[in-house]
Design a protein around this ligand. Structure first.
Ligand code: SF4
Ligand code: MG
Length: 331
């Protein structure tokens, strides 16, 4: 499978400024701090981690809704990091986003038809085709054209997310970045929306980046999963492998909190001490050392690199204490 998206050492730092008259930069919130990964055509990459770890910022920076501070983004082999104007507008056709809160992301004064056809209108699709497309999209997301004259408040949360999905698909994108798409929904509705997203992926050969903090949902939908901590990827691997054989102490702690489907399989819950440090003054060395139960001196001094495990092509981990890795020597 070829890569649809490649991200190399991506950084998004938000400057912190002080001074009312002549503001001076006094620091930066390092929301995304050197992230590299690739997403293959047609796959789903899950992105997990606590809130504030940089998942959403990574997604928005890839979509160029935020300007990257450093690094490179490649889409279909072409570097898009500094695309502007018409080039950027065209690119937006191929990359879309589904948001967490379907209510907040749908304009309450627009009918469903207007909402879904808005992206089509912005690309000058003639009105007859727009109407056909809206009918088709409503049907594929499990609603009916009978709903199109209604307003968002007339729908349930799950239905609103279906409308958000229809809107995201209107321009027939290749990549869809899903930012916590089911977190705001009732558990019973979550499965329906996730199943719909899986069906649509097959039907339209979509590639997903699926951002969530619910590890069970991410496991279900993802081919591979990347775990983020304070703006960095600490572990990435094939979903089953990562869930059954987590190597990074942070991944192990996150997974220890996920209830086991089989109640006879007892597992020990790893409780992390302390709060998530501020991304404006992250800890030295391994950023996780202030909360890691295994931290040693080297962890405070040296930043561990994301290294590939010897027995797996896909599984990579950034931890000094994991020894079964192929050292790349890249810093
Ligand atoms: Fe813990 Fe050290 Fe590994 Fe970081 S490098 S996760 S502090 S053991
Ligand atoms: Mg978020």
């Amino acid at each position: 499978m070829t890569n649809l998206l490649e991200v190399k050492d991506l950084k998004k730092h938000f400057p912190i400024k002080k001074g009312a008259i002549i503001p001076k930069q006094v620091g930066a919130v390092k929301a995304v701090d050197g992230v590299s990964f690739a997403v293959k055509k047609g796959e789903t990459l899950g992105l997990v981690g606590e809130s504030g770890c940089g998942k959403s910022t990574t997604g928005r920076t890839i979509l160029r809704l935020l300007e990257p501070t450093e690094g490179n983004i490649f889409f279909n082999g072409e570097e898009i990091t500094r695309y502007k104007g018409e080039k950027l507008r065209k690119l937006r056709k191929q990359m879309q986003m589904i948001f967490q809160d379907p209510y907040a992301s749908l304009n309450p004064r627009m009918t469903v038809e207007q909402i879904i056809s808005e992206p089509l209108r912005s690309f000058n699709v003639p009105s007859k085709q727009r109407r056909q497309k809206v009918d088709e999209l409503l049907e594929v997301v499990g609603l009916s054209s009978y709903h199109k004259r209604r307003y968002p408040h007339e729908f349930s949360g799950g239905q609103r997310q279906r409308i958000g999905i229809a809107r995201a698909l209107a321009l027939e994108p290749e990549l869809v970045i899903c930012d916590e798409p089911v977190s705001a929904l009732d558990v019973s509705i979550q499965a329906q929306v996730v199943n719909l997203m899986e069906d649509l992926q097959k039907e339209y050969n979509l590639t997903y980046i699926f951002i969530a903090h619910d590890l069970s949902v991410v496991h279900h939908i993802s081919d591979r999963v990347a775990v983020m901590y304070l703006g960095e990827i600490v572990e990435i691997g094939e979903a089953d492998e990562l869930y059954h054989n987590p190597k990074h102490p942070y991944t192990q702690a996150l997974l220890s909190a996920v209830p086991e489907a089989d109640p006879h399989l007892e597992k020990e819950r790893i409780i992390l001490e302390g709060d998530l440090p501020s991304p404006s003054s992250p800890p030295s060395g391994c950023k996780f050392h202030t909360r890691c139960p295994l931290a040693e001196d080297i962890c405070r001094e040296k930043r561990p690199q994301l290294n590939q495990l010897t027995n797996s092509d896909e599984h990579q981990v950034a931890c000094h204490l994991v020894k079964e890795v192929v050292e790349t020597g890249v810093n």
